[in-house]
Design a protein around this ligand. Structure first.
Ligand SMILES: NC(=O)c1ccc[n+]([C@@H]2O[C@H](COP(=O)([O-])OP(=O)(O)OC[C@H]3O[C@@H](n4cnc5c(N)ncnc54)[C@H](OP(=O)(O)O)[C@@H]3O)[C@@H](O)[C@H]2O)c1
Length: 288
């Protein structure tokens, strides 16, 4: 029988491809959303139904889990209440007797200087000690951070991020992460494992600019956005003071240490090669 899975954060950047991948792999998906108006969109992605609720409200969480076998919990990014909110889902899932809790963490949660990494480490500990059957996925920085600046990159030939242009990241394709998360959820062979999921190449901004340049047949150069400019842009976009502070800490940390990883685990879970940055950029360039 198909596994019934609740996906939280389902209307977000990560949640949508995870819903789609789970549904493509045969799960019956319930999408946990805050807004009932998101029902049609979630159904188009493959969800069977929605459960309207709030991660801060245990009552709505309890009713959302009714009839589910498993949960994939994707918390909102950089949220100060990551552990408390996840705790509501862990308690409710345990009470409901779910057979698996999949926690969407981050690669290197042990980088304690970055608050949302550190909070995910605390949350992983809480989940493991809860006694519920679990799997943890630890994704690297997404290739998809290119998307919001794609027009600027293609129009102006400038690939600008708030890091120095030579520091390297094993950026990973979100579609690979979604496929891998679905596989870990639906196959009990992955139970009680923690999986670092990184992309196949260590790339600096300069390397990425060169790859983009090849794909779009136009010169593209890498530039470092000063932290102050990043902060002003985030504030203008409506980010809270706390979010802007956490973004700054994260970017300064990545700027100093980079973010390297190994793609072997991702490829083991996928049963195929992980997508390269060039493959991702070619896909993006055909989407316009
Ligand atoms: N970006 C990366 O490179 C990266 C790498 C590794 C791990 N991650 C992790 O991926 C996770 C998801 O990030 P994302 O970029 O996909 O986030 P996102 O696009 O901001 O989506 C977050 C979702 O959570 C929902 N949400 C927020 N607060 C809620 C609440 N109180 N109750 C119910 N729903 C709530 C939002 O609902 P609305 O649609 O109603 O706003 C939204 O759909 C984060 O935990 C992040 O740390 C990201």
């Amino acid at each position: 029988m198909a596994m019934s899975v609740l996906v939280t954060g389902s209307h977000g950047r990560t949640g949508k491809p995870v819903v789609k991948a789970l549904s493509n792999q045969g799960a019956v998906v319930t999408a946990f959303v805050r807004d009932a108006n998101q029902e049609d969109e979630m159904k188009t992605l493959g969800a069977s139904k929605i459960a309207v609720g709030d991660m801060d409200d245990p009552k709505t969480i309890k009713s959302a889990l009714e009839g589910c076998d498993a949960i994939v919990h994707i918390g909102p990014p950089m949220h100060p209440d990551e552990k408390t909110m996840t705790g509501h889902f862990v308690s409710a899932a345990k009470e409901a007797g779910l057979s698996k809790f999949v926690y969407y963490s981050v690669m290197h949660p042990l980088r304690r200087e970055v608050r949302h990494h550190s909070l995910k480490l605390d949350t992983e500990e809480m989940l493991i000690e809860s006694g519920i059957p679990y799997s943890i996925v630890q994704p690297m920085r997404y290739m998809q951070h290119l998307e919001p600046i794609w027009k600027k990159v293609t129009n102006e030939g400038v690939h600008a991020m708030p890091f120095n242009t030579h520091i390297k990241f094993n950026v990973v394709d979100l579609l690979d992460l979604a496929d891998a998360t679905a596989k870990v959820t639906l196959d009990d062979g992955w139970l009680y494992g923690t999986y670092e999921l990184a992309g196949p190449e260590s790339l600096s901004q300069t390397d990425m600019a060169d790859i983009i340049s090849t794909v779009i047949s136009k010169p593209v150069t890498a530039e470092q956005v000063p932290i102050k400019a990043m902060q002003e842009k985030a504030k203008a976009g409506g980010a809270s003071d706390d979010r802007v502070r956490q973004m700054s800490i994260m970017n300064e940390h990545y700027d100093a240490f980079g973010f390297l990883g190994n793609s072997r685990i991702l490829e083991l879970v996928l049963g195929r090669k992980a997508n390269t940055f060039e493959e991702y950029v070619r896909r993006l360039s055909t989407q316009g």
